[in-house]
Every structure is written in structure tokens, then in C-alpha cells.
Design a protein. Structure first.
Length: 242
């Protein structure tokens, strides 16, 4: 069988949720690739407010740089509500956020990122995009096994084999702390990008946007908020020398 070499290695599809990490990953991709598209997933997530925020965040990031605006192309939101209904997790129901008997957070949606990568791979294949870019991280994260580098590497190999194409996954945040992620965002887009992330991205698992903190909006208590807040404190402290 002849391998499909029609995918453009200078074109990327960013898995873009509208949160801090995916916003940083989008800026990273726009700084590197000639053509960038985005994909989001509606899987019945409890924090569906991220789906409302993502088009605004996407547009604001594009306007930070004329090159970024020219490079940013199509956006697609894919309905995966049926997938989200498979398991009752604290990210898709009103179940309490905590830890299960397995030791994993109750917000863990089994195979969520695997499904995202597989679906994005199919879309990227159809769109001729040779790179998938995701804001997954195994350093400061909630303990999800599908965010680990080993998982992403295995998924890349599976996609390349299954599609018989040169498709690769970039995970620029994989080994960064949350503080380092804030720092990366600043290096990419300056204070303007930091402002977009603070004011408009959404990471809170409970979907709370009524409470404004120095690091953005959220309940301030769920694992996503705690990670984001701690990273912000470390980042801000380093900025001020505190």
C-alpha cells in the first residue's frame, strides 16, 4: 500500500476547548505553522460555558498579531454528546468532584482525549493538516492517564498507522508547570495574550463565571481552578520577584 503523503507538515489542527492550556497551544501553533485550524468538542461537559467562550477567545487571539490573523482558518465544533453519556463522571454530571476508588479524579472521562485525538486525526486527514496540537500536560495536571506523554506518543503512532499518513501530535505544554504555561503565553503574545487568557478563557470544572479572581473566572475550589490559581501565583511572584 502506498503511504498517503498529502498532509501538509506546515499546517496544524489545534484541539481548542477555550481554556487556558488550549489557548496557549493555539498561540504556540500560530507562531509556528503557516496554516492553523481549530476543532472543539461538545461532549455534554458540565462546564459547557467553555463552548460559549471559545469563539471569542479564538477571535481575540487572532487579532493579537496580523500574521496570526492571516494564518488562522476554519473552526469546527464536533458533537460527541453520545460519548459523554457513556460514563457518569463529575465532568458530565452533577456528581461530586473528588477521587474515585481507583485513585483517579471523578472528573476523569475515560478515553476522552483518545477520542478527541482520533476524531481530530480524521478531520485533519480530510483537511490535509499534518499536525495536531493539544494543550495536554503531565506535569501540573489532574492525574488523567490520557494526558501523559507516553499516551500521546502511542496515539500518534496509532493515527499514523491507522491513517497510513504522516500525521504528528505536538504537545507543547507536556512538561511545563502551570506557572511555565503562563510564562510561555507571555513569551508568545505578551501582556495582551495574558489578558485574553485571564479575562476570557474558562477552565473551571463547575462552569462558574460569576466569581472573578486575579487568575480569571471560576469557583476557586475545583482541581482545575486550584491548578490555575497556583500557577498564576508562581508566575506572578516570579514576575515581581516576590
Amino acid at each position: 500500500m502506498q503511504r498517503n503523503d498529502s498532509l501538509d507538515p506546515e499546517a496544524a489542527l489545534v484541539l481548542f476547548s477555550g481554556g487556558q492550556d488550549s489557548a496557549t497551544a493555539l498561540a504556540w501553533a500560530l507562531a509556528r505553522y503557516k496554516r492553523v485550524e481549530t476543532v472543539g468538542f461538545d461532549y455534554g461537559q458540565r462546564h459547557s460555558v467553555e463552548l460559549k467562550q471559545r469563539p471569542l477567545v479564538r477571535a481575540m487571539i487572532a487579532e493579537l498579531n496580523s500574521d496570526w490573523r492571516d494564518r488562522l482558518g476554519q473552526d469546527v465544533v464536533i458533537d460527541l454528546a453520545g460519548f459523554g453519556a457513556i460514563g457518569e463522571t463529575a465532568l458530565t454530571t452533577e456528581a461530586e468532584i473528588g477521587f474515585a476508588a481507583t485513585g483517579l479524579p471523578t472528573t476523569f472521562v475515560p478515553a476522552r482525549n483518545l477520542t478527541f485525538f482520533s476524531t481530530a486525526g480524521a478531520l485533519g486527514y480530510r483537511r490535509g493538516l499534518g499536525r495536531l496540537v493539544a494543550g495536554v500536560c503531565e506535569t501540573d495536571y489532574s492525574g488523567y492517564p490520557d494526558c501523559r506523554a507516553e499516551t500521546v506518543e502511542a496515539m500518534q503512532r496509532a493515527l499514523a498507522l491507522g491513517l497510513d499518513a504522516d500525521i504528528a501530535i505536538d504537545a507543547p505544554l507536556m512538561h511545563l508547570s502551570k506557572a511555565a504555561t503562563w510564562d510561555l503565553a507571555k513569551s508568545l503574545g505578551g501582556e495582551a495574550l495574558i489578558d485574553v487568557i485571564v479575562e476570557h478563557t474558562h477552565s473551571c470544572y463547575r462552569g462558574v463565571r460569576a466569581q472573578r479572581h486575579d487568575w480569571g473566572y471560576g469557583c476557586g475550589e475545583c482541581p482545575a481552578c486550584e491548578l490555575r490559581a497556583r500557577g498564576w501565583r508562581e508566575f506572578a511572584g516570579a514576575e515581581t520577584g516576590a
